[in-house]
Design a protein around this ligand. Structure first.
Ligand SMILES: Cc1ncc(COP(=O)(O)O)c(C=O)c1O
Length: 503
């Protein structure tokens, strides 16, 4: 399946001036089935506990080779279809987690399968090139397509293998940009080239990236130094002394608590500004600010559009680059192709990173962030053109089946359902929140949340937590209102059991 340039352009509204809401009609067709009949079911089907005996046996075997403490169960991807994940024991689960939020079209989508079966794509799958030195002949055209779904304001893109590589290389691009401005040239001096080999200034400058408490950007040293979601991401690592700003602890729904939230957001913005001054005075200026549109791993923490607009301004005033990490929020789940489109920025971010539902990792960046000299933003593969073939099929389906509208519509069903459940079962559920189908709800504590995740799995819903006590909902873009209702029914059943006196 191939997609026209005109169709791709429609996925992201082309506006770079003050944001105006894009009026979209909710697609009538999104009530229709988005997949063939045999891709959907009336409900989960359980034949064993999850994990079942076969999963447990496989776990024992895998454990002799590597650490398996995070493994939940084994999957039978051949039998999985659409929103339904089949496990090694033949249990069929409704998937609201989509492989850590990374499956755009669910399992074995016909458009992806047919792209894989297309003979014209054979050489792309058979040969993984070193894209930075020997790209295939169609690579410039392919990247043009990736640019057509870029957020407004971007003319440059670099592919990468994963979200962490995207962020780590975004930081590098920021440091190159910052130093080029300081020295007034893109080309490093002899002294810099020589001193960097001893880890000394001016070649190894004392620059920093400001991250937020609760943020998560990956697991390499730079990414871990800007991530503050969980101790296990950082412990034992010699992380860098980079500033950590508080992220607003907001109350939900955001609009109902707008006044209180505004005070909290101002407190955090003031602190971010102060940290920028402090680090400048320490001789460790903040070259870049990195932020997620919704803090995801950190517990689905939201802030207002105005918070992000002001943060963008503060970064600019401080001459810091503004990096938006859309690794988890990008590609339509929030009801827009890019979650930061909601903010109405006067000036677009300097860099936007992506991965997960975009199938390939990478960064969109402004021309000023283009390094001079070969091998500066580089690795052997720089992603994989095979993933771009799949992405093309994915974007085509997103466009044809109006999946971004589907996320708005399904998201409303999820959020309204969560709100109703929390009203009915306030001792167990609270803080329902979301944008599009990117939703979450809180449990009283980590223990009850983890119990709920295990109970839901054994009732046929594959889901996961985030932060200390949140349940996160991250379905594929083909998740429809009838799936949402099924999920909500099972969540209510689980909640009622948790309320039972002997629970
Ligand atoms: C917001 C965000 N950034 C970066 C990453 C890291 O991506 P990856 O696991 O592909 O390296 C993640 C992963 O969960 C993420 O949620």
């Amino acid at each position: 399946m191939s997609i026209s340039m005109a169709a791709l352009k429609q996925l992201v509204p082309r506006t770079n001036t003050l944001w105006k809401p894009v009026v979209r009609c909710v697609s009538q067709s999104s009530h229709q089935k988005l997949l063939p009949e045999d891709y959907d079911y009336d409900g989960p089907h359980l034949v064993t506990q999850v994990p079942g005996p076969r999963s447990k046996m496989l776990l024992e075997s895998l454990d002799t080779i590597q650490n398996t403490e995070a493994v939940q169960f084994f999957c039978d991807f051949k039998k999985s279809r659409g929103n339904w994940l089949v496990d090694a024991d033949g249990n069929r689960l409704l998937d609201v987690y989509s492989q850590i939020a990374s499956l755009p079209l669910g399992y074995n989508h016909p458009a992806i399968v047919s792209a894989l079966a297309d003979e014209n794509n054979l050489s792309t799958f058979a040969n993984r090139p070193a894209l930075g030195v020997l790209p295939p002949v169609d690579f410039p055209d392919t990247l043009q397509k990736l640019l057509l779904v870029a957020p407004p304001g971007f003319s440059q893109v670099q592919t990468m293998a994963c979200g962490t590589c995207a962020n780590e290389n975004a930081y590098k691009a920021v440091f190159f940009w910052y130093r080029a401005r300081q020295r007034g040239s893109l080309i490093p001096t002899e002294e810099e080239l020589e001193s960097c080999m001893r880890h000394e200034a001016p070649g190894s400058p004392n620059l920093t990236i400001l991250g937020f408490k609760g943020g998560f950007h990956g697991r390499t040293i730079g990414c871990a130094s800007s991530s503050h979601a969980a101790p296990l991401h950082k412990v034992d690592l010699p992380v860098l002394d980079w500033p950590i700003a508080p992220f607003p602890v907001t109350k939900y729904p955001l609009d109902v608590y707008a006044q209180e939230n505004r005070q909290e957001e101002e407190r955090c913005l003031d602190k971010a500004f102060q940290l920028m001054q402090e680090y400048k005075n320490k001789g460790r200026p903040v070259a870049g600010v990195v932020v997620e549109p919704i803090q995801s791993e950190g517990g689905d923490r939201h802030a207002s559009n105005s918070f992000f607009r002001q943060l963008r301004k503060i970064a600019k005033e401080n001459e810091s680059a503004f990096i938006v990490d859309e690794v988890q929020t990008g590609a339509g789940l929030t009801g827009k192709m890019w979650a930061h489109e909601y903010w109405g920025l006067e000036e677009s971010p300097d860099i936007v990173t992506f991965s997960k539902k975009m199938v390939i990792g990478g960064l969109y960046f402004k021309e000023d962030f283009r390094p001079k000299g070969p091998f500066r933003i580089m690795n052997t593969w720089l992603g994989d053109p095979a993933k771009l073939v799949i992405l093309e099929a994915v974007l085509s389906v997103i466009h044809q089946d109006r999946l971004i509208d589907n996320m708005t519509e399904t998201g409303q069903v999820i959020l309204q359902g969560l709100e109703k459940l929390q009203d009915k079962h306030a001792e167990v559920l609270s803080n329902a929140r979301g944008r599009g189908a990117f939703c979450a709800v809180d449990f009283p504590n980590t223990l009850t949340r983890d119990k709920a995740v295990a109970a839901l799995r054994n009732k046929g819903v594959q889901c996961a937590g985030c932060g200390a006590r949140s349940l996160r909902i991250r379905p594929a873009l083909i998740f429809q209102p009838h799936h949402a209702r099924m999920f909500l029914d099972i969540l209510e059943e689980t909640t009622l059991e948790m309320k039972a006196p002997d629970a």
